[in-house]
Ligand binder design. Structure first.
Ligand code: TTP
Ligand code: MG
Length: 386
């Protein structure tokens, strides 16, 4: 029994809780309200005017001239996010932070995991705590795995509490466009459309070989998701630090706030970590990003993967996402990438790889050979040169 908790209109709700005069009013939280920038989030009152995350602030002002525009305060939202995790830990130690306002809880092994009723009680309890202590509202999804719990949380927002089993998941999503499935972006949806796969149900019944031909190893995985199946575990945030891990970090000569530079560094660090894992014959499934700001506050964020990896691209992609989700617009003095949850690869290449992956593997082997012979800097990805 997995719970997914997603705060409603998080940044805007925090502002409304802090200032009662904003309750019930359209509130728009953005970067700098006077300059060009985008909307971080809008209260549900502002959403009725069509305002949404990612929209240019100027457009939001036109749609909602009576709105209250507030400059966001990331430090404040992060500290509330940490407080929320502490609340969740009262239900189970197995709490995996997923984003600034989302977390997965594994209720297995607690009394709350015993039945649907018990899990719903846990969900309502969290909602009550969040309301009483912070004046915020949360939506809760409950399901047999992370995928279903995550998607259930979005069913009835705000203040929703939704339980779905696999059958209910299929009944609800099979008629809907594939883009509604968690993890399917615009490009994947378009590529599926070209294969004649329009709905989640189409995807569930698509021939595996066709999907593999178009998407490599990810093809069959998409199909599994369409059935509401997901075996990725909830990884408590304290794990990964304890289990074996390999990481590299880099202290900058001068404090840096340019994203492109930081992203280039993340690529280089991911490359170093992956290279060392291959050399020492390890694979890992937890990617950890560490950022230390010029004022020495340090942020550590991690994400668990569905499978064990040892390639720089996967580690980079995950670390980059963590960076983009968590980086505050402040100068950075140190950045680090670690891969945790390591296990021995035992020299075995991953099985069942399709053509695209086999080519990527042989590229990696080639790079490793060049470096063994000519040194670590003999070949680099272009992005790491920034
Ligand atoms: P979300 O959970 O996606 O959105 P939300 O909590 O505001 O609203 P909902 O009720 O639909 O869950 O994101 C959480 C916070 O992350 C959000 O309050 C602001 C921030 N955010 C951005 O800064 N930019 C973005 O593009 C998005 C999507 C979110
Ligand atoms: Mg939210």
């Amino acid at each position: 029994m997995i719970l997914h908790i997603d705060m409603d209109a998080f940044f805007a709700a925090v502002e409304q809780a802090a200032n009662p005069r904003l309750k019930g009013r359209p509130v728009v939280v953005c970067g700098d309200p006077d300059r060009r920038g985008t909307v971080a989030t809008a209260s549900y009152e502002a959403r009725t005017f069509g305002v949404h995350s990612g929209m240019p602030t100027g457009e939001a002002r036109r749609l909602c001239p009576g709105g209250v525009f507030i400059e966001g305060d990331p430090e404040k939202y992060r500290s509330i996010s940490l407080y929320l995790l502490e609340l969740y830990k009262r239900l189970t130690p197995a709490v995996e932070p997923f984003s600034i306002d989302e977390a997965f809880l594994d209720l297995g092994g607690t009394a709350y995991g015993a039945s649907r009723t018990a899990a719903e009680l846990a969900g309502r309890t969290v909602q009550r705590w969040v309301a009483e202590r912070l004046g915020l509202s949360a939506s809760v999804g409950i399901g047999p795995n992370k995928l279903i719990a995550k998607m259930a949380a979005g069913v009835a927002k705000p203040q929703g509490l939704t339980y779905l089993d696999e059958d209910a998941f299929r009944r609800r999503w099979w008629p809907l466009p594939v883009a509604e499935l968690w993890g399917i972006g615009e490009q994947t949806a378009a590529a599926l459309g070209r294969l004649g796969i329009a709905t989640v149900g189409d995807l569930a019944h698509a021939p595996e070989a066709r999907l593999a031909g178009a998407f490599g190893v990810n093809g069959p995985r998409l199909k599994v998701a369409a059935w509401g199946e997901d075996t990725t575990p909830v990884v408590p945030y304290y794990e990964g630090a304890d289990s074996k891990s390999m990481g590299h970090e880099f202290t900058l000569l001068t404090d840096v706030r340019e994203r492109a530079v930081l992203e280039g560094l993340v690529l280089r660090l991911a490359d170093q970590v992956a290279r060392r894992m291959r050399r020492e014959d390890y694979r890992g499934r937890i990617v950890v990003l560490k950022v230390r700001y010029a004022d020495f506050t340090t942020v550590i964020r991690q994400r668990a993967l569905a499978e064990y990896v040892d390639d720089d691209r996967t580690i980079y992609r995950v670390a980059l996402r963590l960076l983009r989700e968590n980086l505050a617009p402040r100068p950075v003095r140190l950045i680090g990438v670690t891969c945790g949850g390591l296990e021995r690869a035992n020299g075995v290449e991953q099985e069942g790889l399709l053509v695209a992956d086999r080519r990527a593997r042989s590229l990696l082997r080639g790079v490793d050979r060049v470096r063994d012979r000519w040194g670590e800097r003999a070949v680099l990805r272009a992005g790491a040169l920034r």
